[in-house]
Design a protein around this ligand. Sequence first.
Ligand SMILES: [Zn+2]
Ligand SMILES: [Zn+2]
Length: 117
Amino acid sequence: MSAITATLYPCAHCKETGACSTGHNGLSCAVCVGEHTLKGEHYGLACGVCGGMGKAEPRTERINKRMAPILAYSMVILLLIAIGLAAYTNKHLSEILAFAGTVIGAITGHYFSRSET
Ligand SMILES: [Zn+2]
Ligand SMILES: [Zn+2]
């Protein structure tokens, strides 16, 4: 659960400059020219890989970010069910409450306290 924070890696395509100059003679490469729906030769176009930020986000991490809140929600629901069952059967209630309280606290603190950008 700790690998969800945004880790940006330096964009190798533009070498963190944010502008593509990987074509010949410092021109922007064909891929980035295409990204901007342009044709021909262009200098200093915003890097198509990182969007001109100089830093790129791993593709898998983007999926993780989308998946994480869903997983968090289902985790909370599962734990609530577990608490309900434990309260009903009166077995291991204190253990489950302590465990679920910690997990739910961590999840809500992590996902619902900060504004997502
Ligand atoms: Zn780049
Ligand atoms: Zn490029």
